[in-house]
Design a protein around this ligand. Structure first.
Ligand code: HEC
Length: 141
């Protein structure tokens, strides 16, 4: 009887607070790592392409200019985009980031709003943005 009371009154709250502590310190650790090095900054394009494949991006986006469910990534950086509502902008990093995190925010004219924002870490978002930024015909080969 006594042992059970000790477990319930001492051990369980202790365990619970450990779990909560771990959760919050874990959170702040990932918040602190916002400035991360994209994979491509270390010059491993194949790792970034593998990332795009493993996250399912390349099911809808080609790397070679061919049209799929989504626009190809080839040569889009710096080009002018027209959206379904008639607005336009030049593709830059902020737009790429927005397109990945909030795909419905601007819908490219001629395409359906079918993209779903995948769960990505900050490093993965930075790496995909860097990959698309450098997605020129010479780079893809
Ligand atoms: C189910 C198909 C689908 C998947 C999977 C998908 N997308 Fe998309 N994506 C689209 C479509 C369709 C558009 C164009 C409509 C729009 O702007 O939302 C688009 C637009 C974009 C744009 C803007 C492109 C431009 O030419 O202006 C970027 C950047 C992008 N997606 C990145 C990604 C990344 C990175 C992934 C993987 C993490 C991904 N997408 C996965 C369908 C998809």
């Amino acid at each position: 009887m006594r042992l059970t009371a000790v477990i319930v009154l001492v051990a369980l709250p202790l365990l619970a607070s450990l779990v909560v502590w771990n959760y919050f310190t874990g959170q702040s650790r990932s918040d602190a790592s916002v400035s991360v090095t994209p994979i491509l900054a270390t010059d491993h394009p194949e790792a970034a392409i593998y990332l795009a494949e493993s996250k399912g991006c390349t099911a809808c986006h080609s790397l070679d200019g061919s049209i799929g469910i989504g626009p190809s990534w080839e040569g889009i950086y710096g080009s002018t985009r027209t959206f379904a509502d008639g607005s336009m902008l030049q593709v830059d990093e902020a737009y790429l980031r927005e397109s990945i995190l909030q795909p419905g925010a601007r819908v490219v004219a001629g395409y359906q709003n079918v993209m779903v924002a995948p769960a990505l870490s900050e490093n993965e978002v930075a790496s995909l943005v860097e990959l698309i930024r450098r997605m020129t015909p010479e780079f893809v080969q």
